[in-house]
Design a protein. Structure first.
Length: 279
């Protein structure tokens, strides 16, 4: 993959790309980086244009004093698509990235051709909104240095896996980096947005959608998938065994098989109508 920095909406994004053809945009979760998509990017770059950004406030992207709401992330990713000349894309998102993918499907239906949602961070009870606001206001960098490694380990069914240890090493580099205060601010505000943002209007998502869940997900339980399958009009579900919250990292072969089986369904589906202005 080739890597470069791209400035969109005043935000510098670190973006990795590979391949050519229809676009697959891959969005990671809270506190992570685009490296979580390495195995999937490698599997599809022979016939797709794979685009893997570090979200604003994360990884090697800039960490501005921004709101880090779901619509903020979605707007930046849509602007990235314009900058890269991508007329439409299948958007893949894990956790926070899945929530951003849903926002893109709702806000930019003509651009978002289909969705692959790996345990999207949605469906939290309303009481979590109060908790999210309190956490967003109370979280401090020192607390995050303790919390994020624990959060990382709980994301995996087996945190001793080599892939898990590699991602934990990346996290520890970020915790020690000089830009950590900006990263901590982004994580705190993103956490508030995820827990306090309410439930998206899933019934309005008309794009073909694949939901992928780890059966042993301890962060966003697999039971939540039942509601999403019921409310998303064009959804199908794949549940992976011996798998936690990051299925594309922990069970990459099974995850990629599920995606490969799903992609022809996107090709066969009618295109959503573009909103005014070509969004």
């Amino acid at each position: 993959m080739t890597a470069r920095d791209v400035v969109v909406d005043g935000v510098r994004l670190h973006v990795r790309e590979a391949g050519s053809g229809p676009a697959l945009v891959m969005l990671h979760g809270l506190g992570a980086t685009g490296a979580n998509w390495d195995a999937t990017a490698a599997a599809f770059a022979d016939r797709w244009r794979v685009i893997v950004p570090d979200l604003p406030g994360h990884g090697r992207s800039s960490k501005p004093d921004a709101p880090y709401t779901v619509d903020f992330f979605a707007g930046v990713i849509r602007s990235l698509g314009r900058t890269l000349g991508v007329s439409e894309a299948i958007v893949m998102g894990n956790s926070l990235g899945g929530l951003v993918a849903i926002e893109l499907a709702l806000g930019y239906p003509g651009w978002t051709r289909g969705l692959v949602l790996a345990a999207p961070a949605t469906g939290f009870p309303a009481i979590f909104g109060y908790a999210g606001r309190a956490l967003g206001a109370a979280v401090r960098p020192g607390l995050l240095r303790t919390f994020l490694p624990v959060f990382h380990d709980r994301s995996f069914y087996d945190p001793t896996l080599a892939a898990s240890q590699e991602r934990r090493a990346l996290l520890e580099e970020r915790l020690a980096d000089e830009d950590f205060p900006g990263f901590a601010r982004a994580v705190a505000r993103s956490l508030e947005a995820v827990l306090g943002g309410g439930r998206p209007a899933l019934a309005a998502v008309r794009q073909p959608t694949l939901l992928v869940w780890g059966r042993q997900d301890r962060l966003v339980p697999v039971a939540r998938s039942t509601r999403l399958v019921r409310e998303l009009p064009q959804a199908r579900l794949a549940i992976l065994d011996r798998c936690g919250h990051v299925p594309m990292v922990e069970q990459p072969l099974a995850f990629n098989r599920a995606v490969a089986d799903f992609l022809p369904c996107v090709d066969a589906a009618p295109r959503p109508r573009r909103a005014a202005g070509g969004s």
